[in-house]
Design a protein. Structure first.
Length: 352
């Protein structure tokens, strides 16, 4: 992966921009107007686009899993979302429904939520049939109540926005709907192209942040927490509802001190009137995600010891490992107090 640097207009700090080493496009995506729009954007960065003969992505496997990871994370594939993605699934507690403008992420978080949940190599796929994806959303709206849609489950939509323009298109679309609301979250900060969009208050923009020892050493390829918060401030000043996703909350050494510092910084930067929510997500892992993460990040210091955790089973019998109840209670009490004291006007949407 090539990370190049650009200067943010207002903050004068360097921001990271993902520029893949190779971009592939399938015939089906190339036939779409939106696919053509993505190709044109990619070319403005001087990256050639290789046309594939078939609609399958192949040839991204290296000699071992590490090499496969490196090749895939250096690749953007422009493809059409499969028909199965037009059948939406609920995503509680974040939103009513999830939909996807891309799948895969250019960042390198050592606890990545995608590990073990997406099959195949971790290539970033951007969808060329976005208009079809957006039109399909109407089928899930209800006249009598608001409907919310989460678009960050399989990707970091802002992390690929400079190459796709797809998040901006989603924001424009939701700005035209009466009862439908968009939610996205990111660890990137390049928001300038989103500021003046006709969002109509129908998009809640969130950034994911964490205590310094986590963000500094476990979130490769992302913008710094300070940059993310400054981006969020800009969005709020342009009338967007905003949110902080504190995730994954980790009981690291001296966690009270580190999370306390984080809240001081959030309060310093978001010292404006805004519509602010918090989402609080503790760290968890599954046997599958542990297996994948240990291949992707063999030197990581991330705690994935089962004996430090309690087992939680879902309704299908799947296991995840979460913090023990007493640790959970302490984390929850401390973080809730921080929010109450710094942001009494904010809403905590959920703790999990
Ligand atoms: S930003 Fe999210 S999706 Fe991307 S690598 Fe980090 S955890 Fe995974």
């Amino acid at each position: 992966m090539v990370i190049s640097s650009t200067k943010s207009q207002t903050t004068h700090v360097k921001t990271k921009l993902w520029l893949p080493q190779q971009v592939l496009v399938t015939p089906a995506a190339e036939a779409e107007d939106w696919g053509q729009q993505i190709i044109a954007r990619v070319k403005t960065f001087g990256i050639p686009v290789k046309k594939l003969k078939q609609n399958r992505i192949s040839g991204l496997r290296g000699k071992n899993e590490r090499e496969t990871y490196a090749i895939a994370k250096n690749t953007l594939a422009i493809v059409n979302a499969p028909p199965s993605q037009l059948k939406l699934t609920p995503i509680p507690p974040s939103a009513d429904w999830q939909f996807h403008l891309a799948q895969g992420c250019p960042a390198h978080c050592q606890y990545c939520y995608l590990a073990g949940s997406l099959s195949g190599v971790p290539v970033v796929k951007a969808y060329g049939n976005l208009p079809q994806i957006l039109t399909n959303l109407k089928n899930y709206e209800r006249d009598e109540r608001d409907t919310t849609y989460e678009v960050s489950c399989y990707t970091d939509p802002l992390g690929v926005e400079h190459l796709t323009g797809s998040l901006a298109e989603c924001i424009r679309y939701f700005g035209t709907r009466d009862n439908a609301y968009l939610r996205w979250v990111s660890k990137f900060d390049r928001v300038d192209e989103l500021l003046d969009l006709p969002h109509n208050g129908h998009t809640r923009c969130r950034v994911s942040v964490n205590a310094d020892p986590v963000s500094h050493s476990m979130e490769g390829g992302t913008a710094t927490v300070t940059q993310r918060l400054q981006a969020l401030r800009k969005l709020a000043l342009n009338g967007y509802p905003i949110g902080i996703v504190l995730a994954p909350i980790m009981a690291i050494a001296d966690w009270q001190q580190h999370y306390s510092r984080l809240f001081t910084e959030i309060a310093d930067i978001l010292n404006i009137e805004c519509d602010l929510t918090f989402e609080l997500i503790t760290h968890r892992f599954t046997p599958k995600s542990k297996e994948v993460l240990q291949i992707w990040y063999p030197k990581s210091k991330l705690d994935l010891e089962e004996h430090n955790r309690s087992q939680k089973r879902n309704k299908f019998g799947g296991v995840k490992y979460v913090y023990h109840r007493d640790t959970m209670d302490k984390l929850k009490e401390f973080i809730s107090e921080q929010i109450d004291s710094y942001f009494p006007q904010a809403t905590i949407l959920y703790w999990t």
